[in-house]
Design a protein around this ligand. Structure first.
Ligand SMILES: C[S@@+](CC[C@H](N)C(=O)[O-])C[C@H]1O[C@@H](n2cnc3c(N)ncnc32)[C@H](O)[C@@H]1O
Length: 329
């Protein structure tokens, strides 16, 4: 009996791993642009020859793709990608979400696989900022779709004359604000040079993008700014420094100024599977830091003279929230 139970357990683990194989398959396809290569029906040999790829391994990848439903086989035996894979998992597609596959498979999963070593050695790994800055900035833009409308709504309510975006990434929020509210004075700060330059070229001359550390930059604007955005930024700051970060932001803002944070939070009602795994990823690095709880955000805000005016879930599956605070002192 216990042998049967063991076998059933093993079978369950195999079954639950199928989702991972789907992601693996999509990631390989995205990386090598294979879904696009098979947009039109092609034989394995045709694609292998044209793009100088290993035919046997390509054949194996195709077998998995047929099983997980990413590819289909025509009566002729030729292979064709499903339309949604060409659309969402090809680098050249405007609607691609492949960058998320890259972040998960090249950054998150390898880190999580290091966990046994890290727990035993009591060590941390270093997050390679330069290597992943572009991937991370681009993945963050996927969240914009959910966040930009509520951000624009808050701008309409508060009517700021000036906004600084801290850790602005590729500047997607600034871009949307620029086209909806052309009279607002906008600035971005971005630590990573390549990312900052990309933001600058997307935003044009009207928006200043400062390349460097936000702490050095914001000092200059004491009491002069109406709104600050700090989106997907908190995990770059240790818990014990966050109160200071809030105080620095408060220092930049005018009386009654507003700050918006976008962040996954720990301990929320929804999406904790993803949030706890994300938190494990952060904690594995010596230069990334655990996610805040909503209570910590409120407390740090209060200590810096803010009051939380709204907490809006953006992506429930990941416990991602938009938290808005207003200066009350
Ligand atoms: C995860 S990305 C988010 C980008 C954007 N805010 C968004 O939500 O789409 C965070 C960005 O903050 C930048 N960053 C981290 N620490 C910073 C600091 N101390 N000063 C300025 N930028 C910083 C990183 O280089 C990265 O591009």
């Amino acid at each position: 009996m216990s042998e049967i139970k063991r076998m059933l357990q093993a079978r369950n683990w195999m079954k639950s791993n199928e989702n991972f194989l789907t992601t693996w398959h999509a990631h390989v396809g995205y990386k090598l642009n294979l879904f696009e290569h098979f947009t039109e029906s092609k034989t394995v040999q045709e694609v292998a020859e044209k793009y100088d790829l290993d035919e046997t391994l390509l054949e194996r990848w195709i077998e998995v793709g047929l099983e997980v439903g990413h590819l289909k086989k025509k009566i002729s035996g030729k292979i064709k990608s499903k339309k949604k894979m060409v659309k969402y998992a090809s680098a050249n597609s405007d609607e691609s979400v492949g960058i998320l596959l890259r972040e998960m498979m090249e950054l998150h999963i390898p880190t999580l696989l290091e966990y046994p070593n890290l727990i035993e050695s009591k060590k941390r790994i270093t997050y390679l900022e330069d290597k992943f800055a572009d991937v991370v900035a681009e993945t963050s833009t996927l969240l914009e779709k959910a966040a930009v409308t509520p951000i624009l709504k808050r701008i309409k309510q508060n009517n700021p004359a000036s906004i600084i975006d801290l850790g602005c990434g590729y500047g997607g929020y600034l871009k949307s604000i620029q086209s909806n509210f052309p009279d607002i004075q906008l600035q971005g700060v971005e630590l990573n040079k390549d990312v900052a330059r990309m933001a600058s070229s997307r935003l044009g001359d009207q928006v200043d993008v400062y390349e460097g550390d936000l702490i050095d930059y914001i000092e200059k604007f004491s009491g002069k700014v109406d709104m600050v955005m700090a989106h997907n930024l908190l995990y770059y700051f240790p818990k014990e420094d966050r109160e200071n970060l809030f105080k620095n932001i408060a220092g930049v803002l005018n009386k009654k100024g507003t700050v918006t944070f976008i962040t996954p939070v720990m301990g929320a009602t929804h999406g904790q599977t993803f949030a706890t795994a994300f938190n494990s990823f952060m904690t594995a690095h010596e230069n990334l830091y655990p996610l805040p709880t909503m209570n910590e955000l409120k407390q740090d805000g209060k200590a810096a003279g803010f009051k939380v005016t709204s907490t809006k879930p953006l992506i429930r599956e990941g416990s991602w929230y938009l938290v808005t605070l207003k200066k009350v002192k």
